[in-house]
Write a protein that binds this ligand. Sequence first.
Ligand code: NDP
Ligand code: OXD
Length: 321
Amino acid sequence: MDKGALALLVNGGTENWSSSRWQARFEEVCPDRRVVLLPNGALDPAEVHYAAVWKPKPGELAAFKKLRVIFNLGAGVDALMADRSLPDVPLVRVAVGDLTDRMTEYVVLHVLMHHRQEPYLRESQRARRWAPKVQWAAGALTVGVMGLGTLGAASAQALRALGFRVVGWSRSEKQIEGIACFHGMDGLDAFLRQSNILVCLLPLTPQTRHILNRDLFTRLNRDSPLRAPVIINAGRGGLQNEPDILRALDDGTLGAASLDVYETEPLPTDSPFWSHPKVVLTPHNAADTDADEISKYVAQQLARFEAGGALENVVDRTRGY
Ligand code: NDP
Ligand code: OXD
């Protein structure tokens, strides 16, 4: 059987998304297959049967008429969903333990940072000030996790294991031990009214765009030792209304924000987020997509598919994630 080429299209721009690194890894895990880095003017598009991609630009995959599967090299597929000319073949996203563990680390780190008053303690250190404030127990706070999928459910369980009260919100009904689960727009208010720290791990879809807005912030719970609620967004920048976040931080509606993702990435140097005293900023590295792990995951899926098996983690295009 003609194996067809695997085309690699990586528009990353950061060290983790170096296309030569991804090419070397794919050549190692797919030794019997031609791995071609795009763009490649010498390539006959009909030779391409599979594509492994990160942030392709709209239209970049349309030329490959013999495509059988598109593998997205990350968990979020919003960039692909925005491409109206995307070939109508199965689209597989990443859902692997390595990525999930990395995101859990990020979420636990940032929840603990706000819970343990780290910004205040670092400021005290710089001022050589010995002035501890009362520290409450984890059980005094409720963490609300928006999105109870692969990443959200794992983070919720890790937070629960640390002693936080945890509530979760998803599109469909869920049951997760020890976590009060809410779903749908009807369940959103009850979920928000309990949440002192809000962790957002939703995918970006037309339904979730700008869901993190002023109206939502005003519905978060202020009755905790933190008083003003805190938001942590590691989903996508398009989930947040950025002027609303800044206004809410400035007028005390929000106490702090940990942000890993932004409407425009890289974050422009003149963004107020860089220097805002209540913002803990990271450059979209909450859960790096590891080239070793993900190339193996794609190679395994590809081998299974060619042997007649089913693909896993196929995106539902009508839902958009
Ligand atoms: P999943 O698809 O496994 O989970 C998505 C969750 O969001 C599901 O629980 C889903 O509900 C819920 N959801 C989707 N739409 C809605 C809606 N309209 N209302 C309520 N709930 C909704 O995704 P993952 O957990 O794997 O990843 C989540 C996102 O994290 C990715 O899409 C990506 O954007 C982001 N990400 C960010 C990274 C970073 O480094 N910052 C790294 C990796 C991912 P239901 O369960 O009912 O379907
Ligand atoms: C992803 C990401 O979606 O890295 O995997 O953001």
